[in-house]
Design a protein around this ligand. Structure first.
Ligand code: ZN
Ligand code: ZN
Length: 396
């Protein structure tokens, strides 16, 4: 019973956490209707990564235009019934629906019936996709698993591993070859099954019921999946952004029950260099002008998709009076009164919340609040407030 509860809890946690990246539907990007569709038998065992080898794009308008161009090329020149890929991923951090989850793609000869084809928009022979695109792709893979379209025991591979092609480009290939479940020779599934059977047998001998063992396996698998998926966003350490030493530190008793969202009400930033500069400026202001021991927030989130370590997980912040000892304070770098943070920052924040849970610093039954819900302030800005008020576990 306990095991079953854990499975259910973990599944729910994963589903909520992994969520799924923002997916721009065919209607939204202005797709032509497909000439026909062949249903894909899911869950499939493989994910195959491609690049489009075309131009990169960093906004929904320009990515949509790229995707329409690719669809025209695949339908008119290649004479395929539709755009080849199941999904495409832009450097705007958005995912564009191609043939989707349930139609056989045309992206990897001999493998279309047993795989999902995800393609990065751009040419990644000598350059890697930005953090927004890489995060979106990882999130899309976990989304496929959580929705039941991709086997939990999936294999990740590059187009070049199954067909004679340089796709997805040398630089991108190097990145994905370090991702979980990557195999350069994706054909060892029989061996895997043998091994699994043997393990099950051994466990049987140990005297545990098969059902219990299966549940236990699910817990282990789900935990691993969650850990890998939730991962945690890229966190730029204090030494990396060149923080000053704090004057003092008060220990935060974790796990805390609250996350409080702020904006810095300063400038937005889109690169590690400019976000680091912003964060140093905020630290100087908090220490010199406010007389605090350190930068007030526990973490800051840039529109470069990176998270900047403030006081971190285990030190009490100075971000919301009377709430500092029972909360983590996450602040978006920028002013979000009119205009919302980009997808990279929003994804990083959600991932940071799940990361806090998976590391045990935030209670699983946490409550999400905006700064304005606990203090008389307009923080985190009207537009950002509207966004977070639709997030899971938000309570004003
Ligand atoms: Zn390809
Ligand atoms: Zn605030």
């Amino acid at each position: 019973m306990l095991l079953l509860t854990r499975v259910v809890l973990l599944s729910a946690l994963c589903a909520a956490a992994l969520g799924c990246p923002r997916i721009i539907s065919r209607r939204q990007w202005g797709a032509r209707p497909p000439r026909n569709r062949v249903p894909l038998r899911t869950p499939v065992p493989y994910v195959i990564i491609h690049h489009t080898a075309g131009n990169r794009c960093t906004s929904q308008a320009s990515c949509s235009q790229q995707v329409r161009g690719i669809q025209n090329y695949h339908m008119d020149t290649r004479r395929w019934p539709d755009i080849g890929y199941n999904f495409l991923i832009g450097e705007d951090g958005r995912v564009y629906e191609g043939r989707g989850w349930s139609s056989v793609g045309a992206h990897a000869y001999g493998w279309n019936y047993k795989s999902l084809g995800f393609s990065f928009l751009g040419n990644f022979s000598s350059r890697v996709p930005n953090a927004a695109a890489l995060n979106a792709a990882k999130s899309l893979i976990q989304c496929a698993v959580s929705k039941g379209f991709l086997r939990r025991s999936y294999t990740l591979t590059g187009h070049r591993n199954v067909n004679p092609t340089s796709c997805p480009g040398n630089a991108l290939y190097r990145v994905i070859s370090r991702w979980p479940r990557f195999k350069a020779k994706p054909c060892g599934t029989e061996q895997g099954n043998e091994k699994e059977k043997k393990e099950k047998k051994g466990q049987h001998k140990a005297g545990l019921s098969e059902r219990k063992m299966l549940l236990l396996t699910r817990v282990v698998l789900l935990s691993a999946l969650c850990a890998a998926a939730l991962g945690c966003p890229r966190i730029i350490s204090r030494s990396q952004w060149r923080a000053r030493t704090p004057r003092s530190r008060d220990r935060l008793r974790t796990p805390v029950p609250y996350v409080i969202i702020h904006h810095t009400a300063g400038n937005r930033c889109y690169t590690q260099a400019s976000c680091s500069e912003q964060v140093r400026g905020i630290q100087n202001y908090h220490i010199n002008k406010r007389g605090w021991s350190d930068i007030g927030y526990n973490f800051l989130i840039g529109e470069d998709g990176r998270v900047y370590e403030g006081r971190g997980w285990s030190t009490m912040g100075a971000h919301a009076k009377n709430w500092n000892s029972k909360s983590l304070g996450f602040s978006f770098l920028g002013t979000f009164t009119n205009g919302v943070p980009n997808a990279a920052a929003l994804n990083a924040a959600r991932s940071l919340i799940q990361c806090a849970i998976s590391k045990g610093f935030l209670s699983r039954s946490y409550t999400l609040k905006g700064h304005r819900n606990v203090s008389p302030t307009s923080c985190p800005g009207n537009d950002l407030y509207r966004v977070i008020s639709r997030w899971a576990r938000f309570k004003p």
